[in-house]
Write a protein that binds this ligand. Sequence first.
Ligand SMILES: C[S@@+](CC[C@H](N)C(=O)[O-])C[C@H]1O[C@@H](n2cnc3c(N)ncnc32)[C@H](O)[C@@H]1O
Length: 276
Amino acid sequence: MGDTTDFKSMGLYRNVDRIMADLEAMGKGGDEELNVDDLTSFDQYHYEGTEAVDDAIGYLAPGPGSTILDLGSGLGGPARYLADRTGASVTALEIQQDLNATAADLTRRCGLAELVNHVNGDMLAGAAGVDAYDGIVSMLCVLHIPDRATLFARCADALRPGGRMFIDDYVALGPLTDAETADLADKVYCPYVPDLDTYISDVSAAGFTDIETVDKTADWKAFVADRLAAFRNARPNLEQRYGSATVDGLDDFYSTVANLFTGGHLGGLRLTARIN
Ligand SMILES: C[S@@+](CC[C@H](N)C(=O)[O-])C[C@H]1O[C@@H](n2cnc3c(N)ncnc32)[C@H](O)[C@@H]1O
């Protein structure tokens, strides 16, 4: 895998094995067996947790024998939940090696290694292959990838005819201030946020049809504010659990995101589409 050091400018992606300290605090340390539901409060790096994955399941309608690509799978939370609830086979594609390794270990401990295959690779480099999937789910990953032409072409290639795609992502509601642009680039590793029309036309240019969108801005604004408040409440405990450098990085990340949504220029987008 290429160099992904730049991702570590974002506090969420540092010390990713802190989830092991969370499990230890729950009495599930070491190599103890896990259930998917033991992990869901720690392993979902997008907004609205497993509710959002339930929405993806509703749209993609996977079942045993279906093949789903989780694009930008992080710690593997959405991939494991989707496989566990539907019996589908999931390829969890993740560009950061440390996240991928931790994710694969958690999946093994959940007894899901037959259904969830963790791959350390870059979607832009063709890591998902061609004609391989019935569906793609991608939660808060596209925001890291400015080359939308290549990205959505790879998504179209990866799907079989009739395949469906479910994306949760950022969208610009209006011009971002210089400070917002800098925060997105420097602290969220998000160098590019298109407006809705540009987003849809990039997806359409790759051959997708039946493009539908939902404005998630209000829901996510509330979610990220609550996440920050809960984090600050738990801060003294978390300092003991993770150490103060990791907690400072997370605080900076969670507060930056909450401020961005409060600013009114950054929005939340759910997009679904199909390939013929
Ligand atoms: C905010 S995290 C979300 C993780 C997961 N989808 C979830 O909801 O828990 C986005 C992930 O996308 C990954 N990612 C970014 N660009 C990628 C690429 N080109 N190929 C594969 N993964 C990528 C990042 O490393 C990061 O782990």
